[in-house]
Design a protein around this ligand. Structure first.
Ligand code: ATP
Ligand code: MG
Length: 472
């Protein structure tokens, strides 16, 4: 009789679920194996727990069907070792139905199911069927996420959080029209990618994009790098060379770390911005250049202006159009997607096939405060991908400082005092506001309250403050 399409689908699903049967008696293991093979599952039967674990380590099995009583090793010990080796493996333990606590304990410790032994075939088949469905669902979700990833990439910038989508929209809007843009954001947040996207979406996308890191060079070198020099302009200037502004004429110049530029260089840059003219070092000749300028910094330039370290006029020239790239903690929703993106990259680079993170490792990443932002996350994924021995990266593959509890959580405990609930509220709101650099809309989003409620709260606080007697 020909197979129905549905049956064929079931058989195909079963063929992907390779099972390792481990029983104290080899004859028992083989007999279970033969029955399962008849149902369409690929099976390996053994009486050696060590051999089974070795095969799990090699990634040969998604499922282990294990008798509780294995002689020297207990099923529980096997479970623990198997999950250590591959947190993604499904272990089904088989043993005496009582006491019930044993089964509950097994599930708590991560077993997929606990079935009676000798085998009750109806139960075993149902469990494997359910597992097959879950496995298929997961594979399907991974496949969908993979496809989704290609839609959630904006010129190399990956993200789906409202905060990063705002950036995409702003870049899209600005790119066609800008002459000068300032990109601000903490280190490793993706400012260079944003600068590149601004260029790629601009009308001069086919022209050059020249990058200069302003913090890497002393003034004299920076000046000649940007504006060029003529032969003999300074010791070592053995030839005449155009600078980046001339090189990128018609295209875009990206000045990274603009906040590190000296005041002297800032005034030279201001002239270029105002007149679109440059002078090569050592030459009186003034040359016209037609470039778009993207500048980036992780410093608070307003504060730098206040401190007298940054020219106010240059700041206003640069910041008429500003793109703020949010820190990673402001968009933790992006972490799973970024992990997947980097995993793809490093799987390819290292020739590995790591498929994801265990749930507990993912929880660790979501709780961490990411001072180095996306760059730090990329480094974590790259090294975890390299060290992971199973198909899922686990906590042990993360750097030690991530494995420790979050310091912020400890701080809270250390500074705990018995205070009224209103005081806790006040402190919390002010910390969140500080975290959002004073952005009340974002603060309200994080606090999970309406914007108007937050405004009302501030009004009430201000009224209360005004009523308080002034201290001498
Ligand atoms: N949203 C993102 N999607 C994919 N990769 C990202 C994203 N954001 C940052 N990266 C990657 O993280 C690394 C750091 O990004 P980038 O160099 O753009 O940061 P930055 O803000 O310029 O940092 P810095 O202030 O230290 O110069 C790069 O390897 C970049 O490719
Ligand atoms: Mg950078």
């Amino acid at each position: 009789m020909p197979l129905l399409a549905e049956d064929r689908a079931i058989l195909t699903a079963r063929r992907t679920l390779s099972i390792c049967v481990v029983a104290a008696e080899i004859a028992a293991a083989e007999s279970i194996g033969e029955n399962l093979e008849r149902l369409g599952y690929p099976v390996f039967a053994t009486q050696s727990p060590a051999q089974a674990l070795e095969r799990i380590r090699d990634g040969q099995h998604r499922v282990a069907l294990v008798e509780m009583n294995l002689g020297e090793t207990s099923g529980m010990e096997f479970l623990e070792r198997a999950l250590e080796i591959d947190p993604g493996v499904y272990v089904i333990l088989m043993g005496a139905a009582s006491p019930l606590e044993l089964a509950v304990d097994a599930i708590k410790r991560g077993a997929y199911d606990f079935l009676e032994y000798p085998v009750n075939w109806a139960h075993l088949e149902r469990t494997l069927e359910r597992l097959g469905e879950e496995f298929g669902r997961r594979a399907h979700i991974r496949d969908l996420e993979d496809r989704l990833l290609s839609h959630l990439e904006f010129h190399g910038i990956v993200g789906r959080s409202p905060a990063i989508i705002e950036v995409f929209e702003r870049v899209q809007k600005i790119a066609r029209h800008f002459t000068n843009v300032l990109v601000v954001g903490p280190t490793g947040s993706g400012k260079e990618l944003v600068a590149w996207a601004l260029h790629k979406l601009s009308p001069v996308a086919s022209q050059r994009f020249a990058v200069c890191n302003c913090s890497a060079l002393v003034d004299t070198l920076l000046e000649s790098q940007l504006f060029g020099h003529v032969r003999g302009a300074f010791t070592g200037a053995t030839d005449t060379r155009p600078g980046l502004f001339e090189y990128a004429n018609g295209g875009t110049v990206f000045l990274d770390e603009i906040g590190e530029m000296s005041l002297g260089m800032q005034s030279k840059l201001l002239r270029v911005i105002e007149n679109r003219e440059i002078q090569r070092v050592g030459s009186p000749e003034v040359r016209k250049v037609d470039v778009r300028l993207v500048a980036a910094t992780n410093r608070d330039l307003r504060a730098e202006v206040m401190a007298g370290r940054f020219r106010e006029d240059l700041f206003y020239r640069l910041s008429t159009l500003e793109v703020r790239v949010p820190s990673l903690v402001e968009r933790i929703e992006d972490i799973p997607l970024l992990v997947q993106f980097f995993l793809k990259k490093y799987n390819q680079a290292y020739g590995k096939n790591v498929r994801g993170l265990t749930r507990r490792a993912q929880a660790v990443l979501l709780r961490y405060h990411w001072p180095g932002n996306v760059r730090e996350l990329e480094n974590v994924v790259s090294s975890a991908c390299l060290t992971a021995e199973s198909s899922f990266m686990d906590i042990a593959d993360l750097p030690p400082h991530l494995q420790k509890p979050h310091p912020a959580a400890l701080d809270l405990d250390d500074t705990w005092r018995p205070v009224p609930i209103e005081e806790v509220k006040r402190q919390h709101i002010s910390r969140v506001l500080e975290f959002c650099a004073g952005n009340r809309v974002r603060a309200a989003q994080i606090l999970g309250i309406g914007r108007t409620s937050l405004y009302r709260y501030f009004k009430r606080e201000a009224r209360l403050k005004a009523k308080q007697p002034k201290s001498a």
